[in-house]
Design a protein around this ligand. Structure first.
Ligand code: GLN
Length: 446
């Protein structure tokens, strides 16, 4: 009730929620009370959380921030939503996001932009901006997010919270509205690394319903949080500290690294020479995958259908033209173009080749060090509207996050200070399936 009250009083300013499931939340809370009274509870029983609005939630609107799915009531639960229900969590509602998770600011949502609680004239980051704000503003204890190219880490950084994108395949994608299927990964957004560990314990695990889910035991992510960091080898990629980086953020990152040295870590410079190429590689691969994934929204089976179509072609064309916003249409066009006969080799194949080289760079660096540290973003949160007329300027803001998805590695953002009163995130990138180490590092830093 207290969290529902917070949503009611605060969310008019922030617009973090698309749907608030008050009745359902109170029923779940009641059920949780009974479990707790019977001594039959798990760590998340009765804990109020929110889901990004691309996780299918049975009987609840799942809009993906789009007019296309404004009328879509999910007929089943995504694996992630199901796992939280099984764990006894209380679902407060569904959070705002960039349309189809395409964006870095939560401004492309059909439901209007979400605002940053640290300064409501600023964006909260995206695409999981609603989840980040729900947690940062005390409207949920924790929230789920997804990260295709930074959408958990970047809004976590901009809102001063913790966000972790697990290794690709660690968390099931089943029942998530797909954006870039080879990049998408769900993860928790929380106040602390410890909370993230508790959330990830529920989310992670093999799922036969997701063919890219990895069949590998899930450790207890809370078990090693207090392990000392003596001997931890940290790599600082020199390409993450170039001219693109705000100098005050650079100072904060170096100060954070000093703290880890005090905790017994050693630091050395490493190189990720293809960092800059992650932007052109990602912004071909993600739209290419999106253009095929979004072909299912045709006005026939579910979602938006235009009024009074003249014929079948008119129905397809107008349903898509009216149902998708500008950024989504731009991505579909880029992706379709890059996949067309004659252009496939020049763009899509090249982008995939770059992706492999970017991954190889990480593998080489992570052979020398245990984790890589750097900024999550090149600048703090910007003013609403500042980058809307120039999509490429927004894409460039993803420079430090995209490569982690291209390589499939786990990455975490934890708060490390403020620039002009806006929060800034330290990014920690680990080896495959090394989430427990990242969370240990996050917990020791906090
Ligand atoms: N900003 C990136 C994009 O627009 C990443 C978004 C995401 O991770 N979902 O594609």
């Amino acid at each position: 009730k207290s969290y529902l009250q917070n949503i009611q009083s605060a969310d008019a300013q922030y617009n973090a929620f698309i749907t608030v499931t008050e009745e359902q939340a109170l029923a779940q809370a009641k059920a949780a009370d009974a479990l707790i009274a019977a001594g039959n509870h798990q760590p998340l029983t009765g804990i109020p959380i929110a889901h990004k609005d691309l996780f299918c939630t049975q009987g609840v609107k799942t809009s993906c921030g789009s007019k296309m799915l404004d009328n879509f009531i999910a007929p089943y639960n995504s694996t992630v939503a199901e796992k939280f229900n099984q764990a006894g969590a209380v679902i407060l509602g569904k959070t705002n996001m960039d349309e189809f998770a395409m964006g870095s600011s939560t401004e492309s949502s059909y439901y209007g932009p979400t605002r940053n609680p640290w300064d409501t004239s600023k964006i909260p980051g995206g695409s999981s901006g609603g989840s980040a704000v729900a947690v940062a503003a005390g409207m949920a204890v924790a929230a789920t997010g997804t990260d295709t190219g930074g959408s958990i880490r970047q809004p976590a950084a901009f809102c001063g919270i913790t966000g972790i994108k697990p290794t690709y395949g660690r968390v099931s994608r089943w029942g998530m509205v797909a954006y870039g299927s080879s990049l998408d990964q769900a993860g928790p957004m929380t106040q602390t690394a410890e909370d993230a560990a508790i959330m990830l314990n529920v989310m992670a695990g093999f799922d036969t319903k997701d063919s890219t889910s990895v069949n590998r035991p899930v450790p207890d992510y809370t078990a090693n949080l207090n392990q000392p960091l003596t001997g931890l080898r940290i790599g600082l990629p020199k390409e993450f500290f170039g001219a693109a980086l705000n100098s005050e953020i650079a100072t904060l990152i170096h100060a954070a690294v000093k703290e880890f040295e005090k905790l017994g870590a050693t630091v050395k410079e490493v190189s990720l020479p293809r960092t800059e190429l992650s932007i052109p590689s990602y912004y071909i691969i993600a739209p290419a995958e999106a253009s095929t994934n979004l072909s299912r929204f045709d006005g026939v089976r579910y979602g938006y259908r235009c009024k009074d179509p003249q014929d079948l072609q008119d129905m397809f064309t107008r349903s898509r033209a009216e149902g998708f916003g500008a950024e989504v249409q731009r991505r579909i066009m880029i992706g379709t173009y890059a996949l067309s006969a004659g252009y496939y080799d020049a763009y899509y194949r090249k982008a995939q080749q770059l992706r492999r080289l970017i991954k190889d760079d990480y593998i080489a660096a992570l052979a020398e060090v245990d984790v890589i540290m750097g900024p999550a973003t090149p600048s703090p949160a910007w003013e609403l509207g500042a980058k809307n007329n120039d999509p490429v300027s927004m894409y460039l803001e993803d420079i430090y996050t995209l490569s982690v998805n291209l390589a499939g590695l786990p990455g975490m953002s934890i708060p490390c200070g403020f620039v002009n009163n806006m929060p800034v995130g330290l990014q920690v990138i680990g080896n495959y399936f090394d989430e427990a180490r990242l969370l240990n590092i996050g917990h020791q830093f906090q």
